[in-house]
Ligand binder design. Structure first.
Ligand SMILES: *Cc1c(COP(=O)(O)O)cnc(C)c1O
Length: 388
């Protein structure tokens, strides 16, 4: 074939002869498709079950590298990344819950709670909600239970669920356990190592840590991750390669960020607990927290960057403090380097019934903070002036 001369043809095919580099940071492979040399290579790909890249909804090298990093962090054999925490949760629930029963604590992320309450039953997943203590003893589980779904620490009360006990009880009933470890991060707790089958993250929060991308993750053993990544191929909730690069970069500072955020959160929780203007502080690092002993056993190196507290006067009292804050940004979400504040009643738990609110332990006067990387004295000065 004569060498092509047309500019379009030339530039589209140029650059393939540049020598391979050995870059220090992860390359971002943005290609959605990968070349095959021959029909024979394609035949082998399909008959021998993968082993290379074909299309980025199946696997992508940059996404795969970020998945390997997260798996290592969790002490799990493998991990799968998703376009959001909700994509990770719904993919896992459909992969493992369909045709059977999912038993969940009601104290879970609102989006997952609403999916289980309103949508999953229409998709052939039976759902029951049970108290975490009845999940830990196994008394809430039945012969059809396929999946047990819990979150710890719980938003916004920071209650702690006993992962080892829940996983043991689930296993005895032939069910798998999924633990949403978004608030804990692998720096402070490793649910897979404690016996859970799948660890779930909204990687939007601490794992990325900079409030600038949406991502989700599941970590677990090779078979479970293969099952969810097969489901992901069909549901299509994949993470983009550019976002996977950013997430992998965020992971490099995860341990440094989370340790510092936990230290600052502990200090603010102590000061709030001593303050007469505050009715109650919810932080698992405080000795009077209902799950402090369990938190001490289950978590290492800190209790996380989220501190909730209750002020007198219900929603209007909390709204006053909320509106007076200057450094804490009034914004949803958590886990970034900037400190945030939210009112659970007007964010994560908006639209919950009275019964659902009391079951979730949400007081109308509750304020939730996500402690960032600012100097702790600056954060305290802001809280102090806002409390009035
Ligand atoms: C934010 C969050 C989710 C949902 O994740 P997205 O990335 O927003 O889809 C799930 N669980 C917890 C605990 C969360 O905080």
């Amino acid at each position: 074939m004569p060498a092509p001369r047309d500019i379009a043809t030339v530039v589209i095919h140029a650059g393939r002869d540049v020598p391979a580099a050995d870059p220090v940071v992860l390359p971002t492979v943005r290609s959605v498709n990968f070349r095959f040399a021959s029909a024979e290579e394609l035949r082998r790909y399909f008959e021998e079950g993968g082993g290379r890249y074909i299309y980025s909804r199946y696997e992508n090298p940059t996404v795969r590298a970020a998945e390997r990093a997260l798996a290592e962090a969790e002490g799990a054999p493998d991990a799968a990344l998703f376009a959001s925490g909700m994509a990770a949760a719904t993919t896992a629930l459909l992969a493992f819950g369909a045709g059977g029963e999912v038993v969940s604590a009601p104290q879970i992320y609102g989006g997952v709670y609403r999916f289980l309450r309103d949508e999953a039953p229409r998709l052939g997943v039976r759902v029951r909600f049970a108290d975490p203590s009845d999940l830990a003893t196994g008394s809430a589980l039945g012969p059809d239970t396929r999946l047990v779904y819990v979150e710890t620490p719980v938003n916004p009360t920071l209650r702690i669920v006993d992962v080892a006990a829940v996983a043991r009880a689930a296993k005895a009933h032939g069910a798998r356990t999924v633990v949403d470890s978004t608030f804990g991060t692998p720096v402070l707790q490793r649910p897979y190592v404690l016996g859970a089958d799948l660890v779930l993250h909204s990687a939007t929060k601490y794992l990325n840590g900079h409030s600038d991308l949406l991502a989700g993750a599941l970590a677990g053993d090779t078979d479970a991750i293969l099952r969810v990544s097969r489901m992901r191929r069909m549901l299509g909730g994949n993470l983009d390669a550019a976002a996977a690069y950013d997430l992998a970069r965020g992971l490099k500072t995860l341990a440094v960020r989370v340790r510092r955020q936990s230290e600052s959160a502990m200090e603010l929780a102590r000061r709030l607990a001593r303050d007469r203007r505050v009715a109650q502080v919810l932080y698992p690092g405080l000795a009077d927290h209902p799950d402090h002993d369990l938190a001490r056993r289950q978590m290492t190196g800190g209790y996380g960057g989220v501190v909730s507290f209750v002020v007198p006067g219900g929603l209007s009292g909390a709204s006053g403090v909320f509106d007076r804050l200057r450094l804490f940004a009034r914004a949803a979400s958590l886990g970034g380097v900037e400190s945030l504040v939210s009112l659970p009643l007007l964010s994560s738990h908006h639209g919950y019934s009275e019964t659902e609110l009391s079951r979730a332990g949400v007081d109308p006067g509750m304020i939730r903070t996500s402690v960032g990387l600012e100097a702790v004295e600056d954060l305290w000065a802001d809280l102090d002036q806002a409390l009035g």
